[in-house]
Design a protein around this ligand. Structure first.
Ligand SMILES: C[S@@+](CC[C@H](N)C(=O)[O-])C[C@H]1O[C@@H](n2cnc3c(N)ncnc32)[C@H](O)[C@@H]1O
Length: 375
């Protein structure tokens, strides 16, 4: 296993670039990476495949960039939100039709009747009245009412615009890994929504995909069977993020509470808040026995890597090492070991060294790409 350092790729491990890039910017996903990372990693690819896959596709960064670069692409995620965002980004829209629908929305929004009866989706931890000012709640109901009459495809386009701004126009904010409420001045949902729709339509006017071959699935990464493709992906990091909670508000528009809870049971074990129990402790991870979350994470990731190996896929996995109670876990090295056991040649490309404060102590954690290929 070779280890190299290349800090030039590290700056693309965040969503910063994606925030400003057409199509990619349709939904802000703090956990996403940036499109240029795909270009850089493809330069290091060894197996010459013409297909790209992403088994933790998030908001579709790999898939969108892959299609822009003329690859056929396939991706999946267990979250309804990720699946939905990626799908809408990949869809082919008739721009003139969208513009006409947008004009209709603006015309109808002031006159729409019966919107008071619209039921807002049930939230797991909050009540709508407590998380949104009245004027934004009214607009939310109105726009949902207007959207009822749209064709499914256009409705999804406008729904994505709405999901992309709904939290910004509420009192909710993200504090560490937890959503909290703080009453404050928040932007008008109507203005934010109109701004987002305009931006999205503008992106579509200028954007062309080079490849039209794509597939997106609502599926668990442990169950996929992609074949002979370059998998450029990033699994959840071992940290405090529970995606089903952090994106609970957006998810509620796409899935019922029961479905959201079901997703929670299927996500890779990575949230340090989740109660972790060890069913058994494999000899190779014995030293991590005190940290069941790490063992469960590695076990889940081993399953993912096995299914990628079965299809002879090349793998690029962006991962972060973890700090739990000041203990440093080299997740990249552990994943590299699993890959080697499966017959991969492996290199670890260290892209970034992050400083994290724990109590009074500043510790370093690194983020890397684990690259595995078959010879
Ligand atoms: C770090 S994010 C990926 C972000 C992505 N690279 C992007 O740029 O948008 C990890 C994703 O893994 C998904 N995930 C968690 N467990 C999963 C599982 N068992 N199967 C598939 N996806 C899963 C989460 O829903 C999340 O979207």
């Amino acid at each position: 296993m070779e280890e190299i350092v290349d800090f030039s790729i590290g700056k693309y491990f965040t969503f910063e670039e994606a925030k400003k890039t057409p199509i990619h910017r349709w939904f802000f996903y703090k956990e996403g990476f940036s499109p240029s990372l795909i270009d850089l990693l493809l330069k290091r690819s060894r197996m010459g495949y013409e297909e790209i896959c992403d088994c933790f596709c998030g908001v579709g960064t790999t898939l969108v960039r892959g299609r822009e670069l003329c690859y056929s692409v396939k991706g999946n995620d267990v979250s309804f939100l990720s699946y939905f965002v990626s799908k809408v980004k990949m869809e082919k829209f008739n721009v003139e039709r969208l513009e006409r629908e947008f004009e209709k929305i603006k015309e109808r929004i002031g006159k729409v009747r019966g919107f008071e009866a619209i039921e807002l989706p049930k939230l797991e931890f909050f009540e709508w009245e407590k998380i949104m000012p009245k004027r934004n709640l009214r607009f939310l109901k109105k726009i949902l009412k207007v959207m009822e009459e749209m064709e499914e495809k256009e409705k999804e386009f406008f729904m994505l615009a709405l999901l992309s701004v709904v939290r910004k126009s509420s009192f909710i904010f993200l504090d560490g890994g937890v959503l909290r409420i703080r009453r404050r001045n928040v932007p008008s949902l109507k203005e934010e929504f109109y701004k987002k729709v305009k931006e999205m339509i503008k992106d579509l006017e200028r954007h062309r995909f080079c490849s039209n071959e794509w597939g997106i699935f609502l599926e668990d990464a442990r169950k996929i069977n992609y074949k002979e493709s370059v998998c450029i992906t990033s699994p959840p990091y071992v940290n405090a993020i529970d995606y089903t909670k952090v994106y609970g508000v957006e998810l509620s528009f796409l899935a019922s509470l029961e479905e959201i809870k079901r997703i929670r049971g299927r996500v890779i074990s990575s949230s340090v808040f989740k109660r972790a129990e060890l069913k058994e402790l494999p000899e190779k991870w014995k030293e991590y026995g005190r940290f069941p979350i790490v063992v469960n994470y590695l076990r889940d990731m081993e399953e993912v890597l096995k299914s990628l190996r079965k299809g002879e896929n090349e793998v690029f996995m962006v991962v972060s090492n973890a700090l739990i109670y000041e203990e440093h876990f080299f997740i990249d090295k552990e994943l590299a070991k699993i890959m080697e056991e499966l017959g991969y040649r492996v290199e670890i490309i260290v892209g970034k060294i992050r400083k994290t404060r724990i109590g009074n102590v500043v510790r370093e954690v690194r983020e890397s790409v684990v690259h595995g290929w078959l010879e």
